[in-house]
Design a protein around this ligand. Sequence first.
Ligand code: PGA
Length: 260
Amino acid sequence: MDLPLKKTFMPEKKPIIIANWKMKLGIGESKKLALELKHGIFGKKEVVICPAFVSLVEVAQILKNNHLKLGAQDCFWEVEGAFTGEVSARHLAEIGCQYVILGHSERRQHLGETDEMVHQKVRMALSVGLTPIICVGETFEQRQEGAKDYILIQQTTKALQGAVVKQNQKVIIAYEPVWVIGSGQAVSPAEASGAHQVIWQTLFDFFPSELVKNNFSVIYGGSVDSENVSKFTGLDNCAGVLVGSASLVAKEFIEIVKNS
Ligand code: PGA
């Protein structure tokens, strides 16, 4: 299938580099790392820092008026109400978040997050003006069974079917093969490219092509580091990377941004 990929429309987009700090840093550590990144990352790339909820307000202060952007790692699907322990997308926007990671495999795996929940969260994020970073990807077993493309199509479709994406809104899909997350061993760029092709095709099937070209980005995540990042960002159909472990060390993450 012939898709209009980077050669025709992606060059205008800046590389997107997203740091997912997961539940790995406390407030003090998060502030320290945010400061180091603020003083070490320059240029025009779209760099998004996603600390844990408890650190968001403090990190927001550090990144205020800075070119580094702030993202959350999840949000709830209702805007507010009696939902003890949940976090409102509107409140995230209020403290300066512009992005939110949704449907990360760790949430799907450990917290029973379903495609339907991801879908509701995507709608909510879009409705309050947050850019959703929707994680999709197959497990090792699904890959062995030959179900990878099916899973990518299912997860992408279910997250987005019926969602309203306005002209001024962005949506990022992160292809994250579950089995390489945190393993230190990324998939080959060719394999990532093939998966991205499937995701792009799914998007073109559901949304007007101009909207897909202008408003959607597909990025890769899973054991990205400063050595391998350029192999992914150099792909025609890859707009950036989502980084876990390697985003926790300032020097390494700064290097990733430089090499992307
Ligand atoms: P990793 O994590 O870079 O440590 O593999 C990526 C992610 O979970 O988003």
